[in-house]
Design a protein around this ligand. Sequence first.
Ligand code: SF4
Length: 299
Amino acid sequence: MMNKQKDMIKVNMHLVEACNYSCKYCFAKFDDHKVLNKDDWMNIIDNCVNSGRVYEINFAGGEPMLVPYLHELAEYVNSKGIRCSLITNGSLMTDEWIRKYAGLFRTIGMSVDSFDAETARMVGRCDRFGNVQSAERTAEIIRNVKALYPAVKIKLNTVVNALNVSENLAEFIVAEKLPVDRWKFLKMCYFNDGCHNNASLAVTDNQYREFVCSNLREFGVYDVSDNQVLYNTASGTEVVAESKIKGGYYMIDAGGRLVDDTTNDSYRSVIDCRTQSFEDGIRKLTLYTDVYDSRYKTA
Ligand code: SF4
């Protein structure tokens, strides 16, 4: 279904394709390796703001914390009265960075697929030396952010794939009483652009459902329905179980283009946000409103 929605939207800005990790399923593979500069991104932010349609900009990647002027872009977004959020693998987040910059973001999301170091390494969620972020460091980051900036929402994203599908990450989150506001499960999305193909890590619907059920059980949630996306748990963590993500994002790639992922198994450029109107771009984009709404209208 084509999107004709009039509502305000959240935009994912993939500032950079590069990442210090190399997850085998990663879909942040855009076919333009051009790196934009700070002024380009500020112009793109202006373009989004001028559309009058954007309520939040989420900085993503690749790994957005590799961008040295990330905090300046966050300050710029805030100065426009638009919410700013971040999704990162967390590995570059020092305590000093948290103290200086974490408060710029309404939400800080961290991608966590496993609390087991060996599984994380097999997924590729490690740097080129094989270093992984430990469960303990993830917990420390979450607690440090919340201690300094209680209003910042903490989100975790877990991509359910063949390597972590039998893991129960919730045990650690519940046992440690981690102040996670929202935890999202995503069924690994098939991606194939001719160079990158993640089919070997795919899971079936039944395997995904079993992962969702076993992790929700730790929160005392036993009633799991295939049609339900959002679960409010007694500990205050919202658990979001997504099985579809294609057509559910407003994505600007690392080359500054609004991209459409609904036409095949990779991305199609809709407009160049540096030179064309973002407002026109979102009119041309195919968006599945049921998928988008299941993600953001519950936020
Ligand atoms: S951490 Fe994120 S951006 Fe980096 S390789 Fe993994 S999925 Fe891709």
